[in-house]
Ligand binder design. Sequence first.
Ligand code: SF4
Length: 410
Amino acid sequence: MLSNPAATEGDRPQVRPQAEGWKQQTTDDGRPLLQFKQPRVAQPKTHLADLTLAERQAKVAELGFPAFRAKQLSNHYFNHFTSDPDRMTDLPKDAREKLVAEMMPPLLTEVRRLTTDNGDTIKFLWRLFDGALVESVLMRYPGRVTLCVSSQAGCGMNCPFCATGQNGLTRNMSTAEIVEQVVRANEVIAEGALGGLRRDGGHNAERVTNIVFMGMGEPLANYKRVIASVRRMVDPAPEGLGMSARHITVSTVGLVPAINRLAEEGIPVTFALSLHAPDDELRDELIPVNSRWKADEAIDAAYNYFVKTGRRVSIEYALIKDMNDHAWRADLLGKKLNARGRGWVHVNPIPLNPTPGSIWTSSDPDVTDEFINRLEAAGIPTTLRDTRGKEIDGACGQLAAEGTRRRTGP
Ligand code: SF4
């Protein structure tokens, strides 16, 4: 990493990425540490959401109950969003407690809930069974309800701008812990806690329609469990939540072999590559995993995803003042995307929060416009993304980081 944070490049300054207020963990040769192995491997007790319906039936039978009880339990969980035995009146009273204890162990304990955007955004902080903290964010937009879910407690990718990366990876979340974030969000919506009463009637029909894997963690570093959770989200009820795979966005900072594997899964999820820089010189510092798989390899894998699935992919690009927002970078990005073909990709520039005094601050409006105009002039569909929850915090993982400080502080 360069020591001078504002080396001049041409007539535009070039701010280099640097962690602020914390120190990136490094390897012996001074490179940002990448953690693919989780230090904590303990997983919560198996929950029905970890299992397929057939596996649930087998487990229920093992417990000495008729297999059809598995379907009833699944119905309570995936259709009525409840794990409360008192509400399971279709099950014999003496069986409920045991079935729930064995098949639906508690997974997420709510620690904090922050509401903003007139009640249309809710951020949850959850404690897992072993004390690890994760977050999810629920957002109502016209015509859809989106949940941003976490896939790991902590993260091993060590991006210098990210609160989640500061403490490294704690552990992978289980399939059921990932799914439970959606079920709990649906429960909250059904209780009427998202944005007050709907103008068009009650809340009964409203649920999470869209999922983005953009909470804590690198989803593709927890590949097996993330894919199983996606299957559970799209499996028709009562096996799963019956959501549309197209409304589920799996994002990554560029774990190339896992992207190629995802392309072969046969689930038409939306794929998003968090690129943030088209050139390796900057991306090596901004996204440390770029030392393993270069920008071109990541773009090739994204293109391969399109070729294999026919699904147009998204390139996520957080615009950071004087760091990655130069017009030449927009041109280079357009060139690299067009070199692979036309019509396979769109770019989502993400405006950062203005943070006075920080190198991690928003691009000027005219610079943002210029960046978008250059991409559009190159024929790349480009949409400036709406960012929600700005009043709550700026980056993923901040709430959990704060919770950790609170728990371990004096
Ligand atoms: S930005 Fe994403 S991949 Fe990078 S450290 Fe944060 S959570 Fe991990």
